[in-house]
Design a protein around this ligand. Structure first.
Ligand SMILES: Cc1cc2nc3c(=O)[nH]c(=O)nc-3n(C[C@H](O)[C@H](O)[C@H](O)COP(=O)(O)OP(=O)(O)OC[C@H]3O[C@@H](n4cnc5c(N)ncnc54)[C@H](O)[C@@H]3O)c2cc1C
Ligand code: FES
Length: 262
């Protein structure tokens, strides 16, 4: 059985990434050591009493000092509370949870992220970099604006990885959807494995392009989660072929694209 911890973790850093995205570094050595790319943690602010339930966040990086990092995009009350935390504040953390990405020892990986979907791909890139040469890891990131795209791309570039950008407003990289960058890859750059995380329509497009071209594709999916442990059954997503449902928190959040009903 995989190790899982429930603990209080101290915020050790909280740089602002964009206007509505904050990076939180949380001191949690046991979780940081146990986590694998694609896994998530359930987190709530220990400062605010409301909301009571923890929220799910992908582990976006682990560091040698025992911290793990999450990117928090402000959506509602829970994320607003987390984004307002200061260095030294505590969070209540449960994890690592779920099934992460399966990583190859060779081949060419293509990581496709949309917006905050870049979060789990950064941890994946960190670990893939220990197995594959940087020239065999492609990163394609989509965002609303050039400023957001650049901010999300920065830590990938710090790992020495080339990043292609696509933006909704055309202020950086390709003016359009990140899936179009994937579809435009030329034969010398074909991936042997595609990894994707982002909004549902983007994942559906990446899954379709990958299937059409015969590229294996793993997707990290989102669902609204109450427990994160397989108890409430609230995170069900339909399985391909009308064969019932899969639970994102237990069987995912990473799935082979072909397992899901798009
Ligand atoms: C496995 C997993 C990993 C995730 N990783 C990250 C991450 O790395 N960084 C990050 O910022 N977020 C991530 N999320 C999404 C994050 O959990 C939600 O944004 C958060 O739970 C919203 O909580 P809230 O209290 O701020 O908003 P709420 O008050 O709960 O919701 C506000 C509104 O947003 C809607 N909403 C809530 N959650 C989602 C969602 N997942 N997608 C779309 N709409 C939603 C609600 O229906 C509601 O209308 C992840 C989700 C999952 C399942
Ligand atoms: S969140 Fe409760 S079963 Fe998945």
């Amino acid at each position: 059985m995989m190790a899982r911890y429930q603990l209080s973790a101290t915020v050790t850093a909280r740089p602002q990434v964009t206007g509505d995205i904050v990076r939180l570094a949380l001191l949690a050595p046991a979780v940081s050591q146990a986590a694998t790319p694609g896994q998530f943690v359930m987190v709530r602010s220990a400062v605010a009493l409301d909301p009571l339930l923890r929220r799910p966040f992908s582990v976006c990086r682990v560091n040698g000092d025992g911290t793990l990092e999450i990117l928090v995009k402000v959506i509602g009350q829970g994320t607003r509370g987390l984004a307002a935390l200061k260095v030294g504040d505590q969070v209540d953390l449960l994890g690592p949870l779920g099934h992460g990405f399966v990583m190859p020892d060779q081949g060419r990986a293509c990581l496709v992220g949309g917006g905050i979907g870049a979060a789990p791909l950064l941890f994946l890139a960190q670990k893939l970099g220990e197995r594959l040469p940087a020239s065999d890891i492609q990163v394609l990131l989509g965002a609303r604006t050039g400023a957001e795209a650049m901010a999300l791309a920065l830590p990938f570039r710090d790992l020495g990885l080339p990043v292609q950008l696509a933006t909704d407003d055309g202020t950086a990289g390709h003016h359009g959807l990140v899936g179009e960058l994937l579809a435009a890859l030329t034969s010398g750059a074909f991936p042997t494995q595609v990894y994707a995380c982002g909004p549902h329509p983007m994942l559906a497009a990446v899954a379709r392009i990958s299937t059409d071209r015969g590229w294996p594709c793993q997707v990290s999916t989102e669902a609204i989660m109450a427990c994160g442990l397989g108890a409430c059954l609230g995170c069900a997503v339909p399985r391909n072929g009308g064969r019932g449902y899969l639970h994102v928190c237990k069987q995912g959040p990473v799935f082979e694209a072909g397992e899901l009903q798009w």
